[in-house]
Design a protein around this ligand. Sequence first.
Ligand code: SF4
Length: 783
Amino acid sequence: RYATASSGPQARATVPNYDLFKQRLDRARATVLENKPLTLAQKILYAHLHDVSSMTSAPVPGETYLKLSPDRVAMQDASAQMAILQFMLSGMKQTAVPTSIHCDHLVEAYEGADKDVARSWQTSREIYEFLQAASQKYGIAFWKPGSGIIHQLVLENYAAPGTLMLGTDSHTPNAGGLGMLAIGVGGADAVDAMASIPWELKAPRVLGVRLSGSLHPWGSPKDVILALAGKLTVRGGTGYIVEYFGEGVESLSCTGMATICNMGAEVGATTSVFPYTPSMARYLRATQRAPIATAADAQQASYLSADEQVTQSPETYYDEIVDIDLSSLEPGYNGPFTPDLYTPRSLMTDTVGREQWSDKVSAALIGSCTNSSYQDLSRAASLARQASERGLKVAEGTEFLVSPGSEQIRATMERDGIQQAFESIGAKVLANACGPCIGQWNRDENPVVKNRETNSIVSSFNRNFRARNDGNPNTMNFLTSPEMVLSAALSGRLSFNPLADTLTDSTGKEFKLQPPTGDELPKDGYAQGRDEYKPLLDHQPAMEIPIAPTSARLQTLEAFVPWNGQEFFNTRVLITVQGKCTTDHISAAGKWLKYKGHLENLSRNTLIGAANAAMDGQVNLVRNSIEGLEPAQGTIPDVALAYKTANVPWLVIADYNYGEGSAREHAAMQPRFLGCNMVIARSFARIHETNLKKQGVLPLVFARPDEDYFIFAKDPHELVVQTQGVKDINEHNPVVTLLVERIRDGNVIETYSVECRHTMSADQIGWFKAGSALNLIASQQGA
Ligand code: SF4
């Protein structure tokens, strides 16, 4: 293992073993890679091949599965619960790679930072104690609630150029801003890495984004990814690693690059990465990792950036290229309801009117894992100071909330007067946690939410699916830079353009905000913050892990039943999903977050956000296909549970990019728990497809997605499905055929033969046969 010599709890990353990196990469180059020039992403991947000698030919992007050895795992508190429950089933005594757990998602933002953290110990003590005990038992660094958001803490402590990390959260790619290849996965994938089982990834294509010029005074790194999401759409990055290059890269701060990589998740990319730059070295030194900067400086030209031939002739070596000129990039707004609906500032005012978006901004939110760097906050604070000097506060009826990404950021913000600048205009500073970004904030009593009113919120976050932030499907959520959020907080209007419009000060005089200014890094270094938020590094192998049998929030997992070696018979179509169906739709967050460690209770939210193509797009409503089984028509979890109780297997028919959004493996485990044996989609989001495979659900795509999907869009409750090809499933033949009968009044009135494809490797077929990937690991451990 090249990055670290040993596992065990660590407060910070150790210096990567770049010599081993070189040896491994050189070996891969000389054998299977035919000494071809490589992009940075390819270098990092191929230096992490588990066993290059097992490869017989050059990997084919989009086809060959790479078996990789990640250096590190990071998990957040919501997804860590299930990952740990699974790791407990694996029979391992300790994690094989350095691992950290970060308590960030379960802190609700209600009364302000400290009170909210204290409150979260009351509401989630059971979960925290479970995660803490598991961390102690298995040698994991445990970051308590209030210490910060996973991606910010990883950037500050664990990211290192050229290394490979898995994180159980879809915004794990944030660490690409520090030259790390950091990939969002489900807990079962994390368990692979923690158990030293080779982790599989289909060789990705590499999409090069060439940056030229430099940002103008109102421009911010966020605008790069907002514009890119507009160009690529939420599906455009699927199957790709996004790699940035070009002279514009050098003009960006390390934390700015992290913002760009963070939101790369919104284009569906496997991950995003920047080459090593002097700004990364500055950030490493500022965060007390000078030895890593020194080691990386020595490697920069050869191992931490693309080969020279690639940068000289990028069209030859990148699979796709997108050009972005930073100098002409305007502040952007993406939304509402989808992160790829891009509107540049100069068109925003007109678009608000034309699209009848709600102009009134009911909440302005900055911070989160995406945008809470010192640079972000100091630039936004410079605008806040301009306003407070003129006696101005945030607009009436607009709530202004700040979510610092970590205790280090919060303490530095407080020391340097940034927090005071925000508070002087009426901001409330929340705990160092996810809070509003994941719908955990005090909006329930707000009339706009209570009455389901149409309203707009503006945030510097990264994701804006309908109802994500406050449960109100009529809340229009716009993603933008911290500077634009601040401007919206002051004006209270979406249509306000700070580059052109004026505000009115306390004396009635009009004034224009001057462009924001701020520092890339704090001049006096980062403040360290309160000791209570330092990580717990306490390895105690004999520790007992507490799970009360009566708990509503934690439940010991039972292994899924292995496949019986036969075709699937008598399978019912639970729902034909219409349109966008993200992991939020399959396994909602918000109030359901508290059940993340209790599969049975959480499964009561399965697919409650899915729209039924056969019932005019109605959400969470399906017909039961079995006569006499109650309910005849009901919510999706109710009907799924009825099928499970009656031992009737069922499947889901899905639209394009099914499962986009997060790495939430619950979105695969819950259907499996309720008896789902297949999901057949027009296409899948990568992580979710892998998660289905890990949990023993067979994911298939239609061979003719534009035609065959519609067979299932009409009265799917009449359909009974049998497979042909599952019995002999293998990695060389991707075809599985569905033999479908339409039965009405007891008679078969139509039959269809629908050709589908699977994308499973030999190992993944092993998971399917064993009933889940974990069953396979456990059998290998003799557990
Ligand atoms: Fe937390 Fe939001 Fe970042 Fe996810 S995207 S880690 S919920 S702050």
